[in-house]
Design a binder for this molecule. Structure first.
Ligand code: HEC
Ligand code: HEC
Ligand code: HEC
Ligand code: HEC
Length: 124
């Protein structure tokens, strides 16, 4: 009886493991040479975007890609939480707690790279 149960469990195990849900919102960066700087490689792969960033306040002030995307690895992300902004924009982050802004983050109004407040909804 005990033996059968064990076999039953062993048979089930791969299914249980296989079914472990992949973390849904987790974005994985393509496997690339991490020796190269983000903006150097991205000037080739996504030139418009790097250009938009470069000309923005963040580009001028050297607020780099990793501030909002992390480095390549487990902490890589697509859309930075406001905790990534608070060090330099404390007042703005605090004003977001106004109920009027419920459910909004900075990128609800600012394009990630241009930072233009009129290009609602992110993008370049
Ligand atoms: C050697 C080249 C290279 C380097 C270095 C590199 N990337 Fe990328 N990155 C790529 C490529 C290729 C893609 C996929 C582009 C596509 O699908 O259009 C990509 C995609 C991305 C994406 C979009 C991911 C998605 O799934 O939406 C982000 C954000 C990003 N990179 C940020 C970074 C950051 C931040 C760094 C530095 C820590 C970095 N990259 C370094 C080549 C690179
Ligand atoms: C102020 C924060 C911020 C900085 C700095 C920043 N990004 Fe982004 N990036 C964003 C946001 C926001 C998005 C859109 C994410 C979303 O809506 O899912 C994004 C999206 C991307 C994408 C995906 C583009 C697409 O259209 O799907 C790539 C690639 C990328 N960023 C690369 C970079 C690189 C390279 C740098 C540095 C040159 C950089 N980012 C700097 C905020 C930033
Ligand atoms: C290391 C400091 C630093 C961090 C972190 C940072 N920023 Fe900035 N940001 C700046 C500086 C410096 C400026 C230019 C001066 C200003 O306008 O206050 C700026 C300007 C801006 C602007 C105005 C652009 C314009 O053209 O007027 C926006 C929007 C912005 N940041 C959004 C963000 C968001 C969203 C985050 C978090 C994801 C963030 N920043 C993180 C330093 C930072
Ligand atoms: C509901 C839309 C909205 C949200 C959400 C929002 N902003 Fe803004 N932000 C704007 C607009 C519109 C302007 C332009 C105001 C102007 O030019 O006078 C602006 C201007 C700015 C500026 C530059 C001008 C200044 O007053 O210093 C910075 C920096 C900034 N925002 C950062 C942020 C950060 C960081 C977040 C998230 C914590 C954020 N914003 C969330 C709409 C928004």
């Amino acid at each position: 009886m005990k033996g059968r149960l064990l076999i039953g469990l062993l048979v089930l195990l791969p299914f249980v493991l296989g079914a472990a849900p992949a973390k849904k919102s987790k974005v994985v960066h393509p496997d690339v040479d991490t020796e190269e700087a983000c903006d150097v490689c991205h000037r080739e792969v996504t030139p418009e975007l790097v250009d938009a960033w470069y000309k923005s306040r963040h580009g001028l002030m050297n607020v780099k890609c990793f501030v909002c995307h992390g480095t390549i690895g487990p902490e890589f992300m697509r859309r930075a939480p406001v905790s990534r902004c608070v060090g330099c924009h404390k007042d703005k982050v605090e004003s977001l707690s106004n109920p009027f802004f419920k459910g909004k983050d900075c990128f609800s109004c600012h394009a990630g790279h241009e930072l233009n407040p009129h290009k609602i909804g992110g993008g370049q």
